[in-house]
Every structure is written in C-alpha cells, then in structure tokens.
Design a protein. Sequence first.
Length: 237
Amino acid sequence: MHAFARETKLSETSFVQTAEGGADYRHRIFMMNGEIPFAGHPSLGVAVAVARARGEAQATYVQQTQAGEQAIDVELDGLHATASMLQGAPEFGPELDPDDVLGLVGLDGAEADPALPVQIVSTGAPQVIAPVRDVAALRRVLPDYDRIGRLLAEHDAIAVYLAAVDVEAGTARVRSFLRTAEMGEDPATGAAAGPLCAHVAARTGVAGRRSRARGRRRGDPGRGDRPPSGHLTDLWP
C-alpha cells in the first residue's frame, strides 16, 4: 500500500478494507512517507465512493481508522454528493516557540497572532497550528522542508498549518506544509482545519461548529486552486 501511495504522489491514498467490530469499513490512509492515523478529505471521499458502490443515495457510515471510529453522513444527488463528519475530541499538545516554527517558513515570531499561540493540536492526527497576524504573511512564506520535516517528526505531526484567522468573520486563510519538498504544500486538509477550529474555540470562546476549506479562485470545496494568500477556511456559520 505504501509503495502504491508513493507511486501516485498524491497527498493521500486510501485503501478500504473489511472492518473489525461494528464499523462499516476500515479505512487505511497513506501519504508518500507512510501511513497516517486520520485525514479529512479522504474520509469524505471514501464515504461517497462507498455510497455509490452500494447504490445508497443517503447513508451514515462509521469508518474505522487508526485514530478510532468516525461517523460520516452522505447524500448523493446524481453526479453531486454531500458528505460531512464529526472529527474526534480535540487533544491539545505543547505550545511551541513562534520564532522557531515561523522561522521554518521564512517568517519571524513578530508575525505570530498574539491571541492564538503556536500549538500542537489533534482531532485525529496531530498538526502544528501556527496562527499569523494577517494574510500578507501567507504571501511571504519560503518553506525550509528539511527543518519542517525535523519538527514534524519530533512531534509525530502531519503538517505545519499556517492560519490568518478572522474571528469576527468566522474565516481563516490557511496554508499547509508537509514533511518533504517532494510532498510539498497540501492543497487542502480537513484534518488540520478541525484542530484549527478547536484551537480558536478554546482560546477565544467562539464555538466552531464546522470547517470547510476551499480554493479561493474558483470557490470549489476542496479544489486545489491555491492562490498565494492560501485557502479560505470557514470556521463557523
């Protein structure tokens, strides 16, 4: 499975197997560097594929991943599909030095958001959540993948997730950097959008009810149209 994932060179490659226990199916997810416990967009895509394969226009599936079990709601309408899921309860890891983390992408600690510390957060897979003061910082990043890879390996994390959060609007511009230059920048990651929502809610008291990352140029959910200012993520209604 890992060899196939490396051959595809996609952000994630999914494999669906028979589940153990009461789940509907087992979902194993591989990146180019190996298996990961959980990912958002593959989870939604697999649920839609399962619904189409089973001929079910509307269903709720429980998938089994390394992170546990997650329920996913699916509705099919011809060629269109809607899928949503509830990620795991947030786990908050250590806070990190903003100079150290932002330095990995060519920024400095002065550009960190003073209200939102840099922190490891997980709702299924650990992420380095690194909020910045404004969208302009996202246009100036220059990732050092050797250093990013060492930091992510140290914390067993998936990505360095930069976010310029607008709490009042309930949105954030985001960019996500993976472990190697070959893996590069992830076009969209639900497994980091969830932790960002949890982080913002914990620090500001604003409850995040949903997250949706989308490319800004065409506005398609989950499309890879990444402008220099990053993806727009809706944090709550």
